[in-house]
Design a binder for this molecule. Structure first.
Ligand SMILES: C[S@@+](CC[C@H](N)C(=O)[O-])C[C@H]1O[C@@H](n2cnc3c(N)ncnc32)[C@H](O)[C@@H]1O
Length: 353
């Protein structure tokens, strides 16, 4: 897979990178306005009909539809009628047969203003929106967790196929959000049950997603309302998944969470940390270091971690066999795997505090 953000690049690409915002805003706006849903999976519509349906200005909408056509989201026939392209039908229109990404785009939409204030974040060191993990407003929580479901639905089958859970009985999905990863692990391993640990607001959305599963999966899932910065994780578990969590919290809290998890894991329990890990420079892969900026504007102390520092913290807590599994996932996503300490180390503090 090519890395859109990786050097080397030409002066023309510098200009292209600056202009990427045009296509980003066109896509987010079309999704928000309901252009793709209005066009649906079948048939074609004239700009005039769409202008009426979307309460838009005809001239402006035609310019917009042509740009979306140029970007490959729509097609335009000789009579000037528009339809969704195959990609849009599959990923931007909800319904049977879709691998819908519209919820992800709605969430990205929420980040636009925060990114516009990146300079403030860099100067003050403070996020430019409420660092509330989208828990203050139920609509934001839903957008956040539905967005996580969209992306996890693409990655979870891949990971569930490759990360070993044979012989394991109880998985804890820490900050499991939509529960998509837990669901795919359970689909893959019928012997496994899962506890999804998350904040109560998030679990309201998780409930709906889990309810869509057949009883043989749904019946093996427990939802545990918990603020992992304060509450017990329960356990013991023999496998733990920490997916897209450590980038969202301060170093101190990540350390405390990994220590708490160490004590919630049985001896020889397996830990999988799934995230945008960087090389020791913390600069590459480029998407991982770019994602750290996303955390700068939206969280209280979050960032992305290098494999080296993750290994150091895990080993200081007694975790063993720390390994970086780079399996060619998109955007440089990867997994750090480790095995929980022998009993005698449990409950001890590390030298890194
Ligand atoms: C980026 S999402 C990741 C969701 C899921 N693990 C995935 O990879 O798709 C972060 C999740 O952590 C949860 N979370 C954040 N802070 C938390 C806390 N203090 N205690 C429990 N869950 C928390 C959020 O509610 C959200 O579901």
């Amino acid at each position: 897979m090519t890395d859109l953000w990786a050097p080397p690049f030409t002066p023309e690409q510098v200009i292209d990178r600056a202009n990427v915002m045009f296509s980003t805003q066109a896509l987010l706006t079309a999704n928000r306005m309901g252009v793709f849903s209005a066009l649906g999976k079948e048939g074609r519509k004239e700009a005039q009909a769409l202008a009426k349906e979307l309460s838009a200005d005809l001239r402006a909408l035609t310019i917009f539809l042509d740009a979306l056509t140029g970007l490959g989201y729509l097609t335009k026939d000789a009579k000037g009628r528009y339809a969704n392209s195959n990609v849009a039908k599959k990923h931007l229109v909800p319904g049977p047969g879709s691998a819908y990404l519209g919820d992800y785009l709605r969430f990205q939409d929420m980040l636009w203003d925060s990114w516009g204030k990146l300079e403030t974040a860099v100067k003050t060191g403070r996020p430019t929106r409420s660092a509330d993990m989208y828990q203050t407003n139920a609509d934001e929580t839903r957008r956040f967790i539905r967005a996580m479901h969209s992306t996890a639905s693409l990655n979870a089958p891949f990971l569930a196929d490759r990360l070993e859970t044979a012989g394991k009985k109880h998985l804890v999905d820490v900050g499991g959000g939509p529960g998509t990863f837990a669901i795919h692990f359970l689909r893959q391993n019928p012997e496994l049950r899962a506890t999804i640990v998350d904040l109560p607001g998030t679990l309201e959305v998780t409930k709906e997603i889990v309810a869509e599963e057949p009883e043989q999966v749904r019946g093996r899932i427990t939802l545990r309302p918990c603020d992992f910065n304060k509450d017990s994780l329960g356990g013991p578990y023999d496998v733990a998944l920490v997916s897209h969590i450590i980038h969202g919290h301060s170093d101190h809290r990540v350390h405390a969470l990994l220590m708490k998890l160490r004590d919630a894991l049985a001896t020889n329990g397996v830990l999988y940390v799934h995230d945008f890990f960087t090389e020791s420079s913390r600069a590459t892969p480029a998407f991982a270091s770019l994602f750290a900026l996303n955390m700068l504007v939206s969280t209280d102390g979050g960032r992305t971690w290098s494999f080296d520092e993750t290994k150091e913290i895990l080993e200081s807590l007694g975790y063993r066999q720390v390994e970086w599994k780079r399996m060619g996932q998109p955007r440089g996503l990867s997994v750090v795997a480790a095995v929980s300490p022998v009993d005698s180390l449990r409950g001890k503090k590390s030298g890194l505090e």
